[in-house]
Design a binder for this molecule. Structure first.
Ligand code: FDA
Length: 304
């Protein structure tokens, strides 16, 4: 991760900055670019529009690092409601979840039970669950819970982060379970012992993993990047792939590219985040792009 991104994440984690930002109209406007709304209704309306343009979607009820049973249970219920709506409306959609939203930060068995119930309901409704990958405190537990749930239900996927040194081994470890494996660069601040740091090194690590993942026929690769170099490499590798794969992109990021990939005949799934807990998600999107962070700074300072 670049020094710039680290600085943005450090600044945005300050509670004073957070409070100044979430209350401002420019802050809410910037959130609106990356977040599909605060309610399930708003998010479903956005999802319908994307589906009409030929894309699939993954619905993400925002929230993370929950530290009590009631909040984890509320997130669980929110996801069950989302699955029911997906089914009622016949949408080509699945859900993306964060295990710390379901209790992983304080009770692994609780998170495992919630995951089990979500996978079971999703399977009944004919859809899947993707587990997002959070920061490295949770990598081991996330892989462990994925292995168990995927073995029991068979309708899951998990995200792997290219910047982590351990990821080639994790890919080998989980490839035999089938499922879908989302490959992304990684969005958290991680130390050198655990992750490569420079932008070029992260892209190179992604490219190596991309080649390995696209060669595994038994899984469905989900290539999650907006990086043109990596998109082009995926398109080349797709020529030799017999089994399905898909591109995944974030709602609000490189929208013309999303359309271009669909027009070229590739399967595209858009990650659609929604809900009131949007601040942490937004800070990661700001850190990815200097222009976003400048807009953020203007929003904070225009208020003070
Ligand atoms: P890079 O950051 O180099 O961006 C390439 C280009 O895309 C930029 O030059 C710019 O044009 C555009 N772009 C990228 N981000 C932008 C932004 N925020 N605003 C405007 N333009 C932008 N991470 C993680 O740690 N765990 C996870 O579970 C996931 N899940 C996930 C799902 C999906 C579907 C995607 C696409 C990404 C994730 N990520 C993630 C985030 C991922 O790790 C990474 O931080 C971002 O995708 C940005 O990296 P890129 O590969 O897009 O390259």
């Amino acid at each position: 991760m670049s020094l710039f991104a680290k600085m943005v994440l450090a600044a945005t984690h300050n509670p004073v900055v957070r409070n100044a930002f979430v209350a401002t109209p420019p802050g809410k406007a910037l959130a609106g670019r990356f977040v599909a709304g605060e309610t399930l209704e708003e998010a479903i309306a956005v999802a319908r529009g994307l589906l009409d343009s030929g894309m699939a979607v993954s619905m993400d009820l925002l929230g993370e690092e929950v530290h009590d049973d009631a909040t984890a249970a509320a997130a669980q219920q929110g996801y069950l409601d989302c699955l029911d709506r997906i089914s009622q409306e016949g949408l080509d959609a699945n859900i993306s979840i964060k295990l710390t939203q379901l209790g992983l930060a304080f009770d692994e068995s609780l998170a495992s039970r919630h995951l089990d119930e979500l996978a079971s309901r999703a399977a009944d409704l004919g859809t899947t669950v993707t587990i997002d990958m959070e920061d490295s405190r949770f990598t081991d537990a996330t892989i462990r819970l994925y292995e168990k749930a995927q073995t029991d239900h068979g309708n899951l996927g998990v995200c792997l982060q290219a910047y982590l040194h351990r990821t080639p081994a994790d890919l080998k470890r989980i490839a035999s379970l089938g499922g879908h494996i989302r490959l992304c660069k990684g969005a958290y601040v991680e130390p050198e012992e655990l992750a490569v740091q420079g932008k070029g090194e992260v892209t190179a690590a992604f490219a190596r993993l991309l080649a390995a993942l696209m060669a595994v026929e038994g899984v469905r690769p989900a290539i999650a990047t907006h990086d043109q170099v990596l998109i082009d490499q995926t398109r080349l590798l797709a020529n030799n792939r017999k089994a399905p794969f898909e591109f995944q992109l974030l709602y609000g990021v490189r929208t013309p590219l999303q359309r271009e990939l669909i027009e070229a005949g590739f399967p595209v799934r858009i990650y659609v985040p929604y809900g009131s807990q949007w601040y942490a998600y937004l800070t990661r999107r700001l850190a990815e792009r200097p222009a976003n962070a400048l807009f953020f700074a203007r929003a904070v300072f225009s208020r003070s």
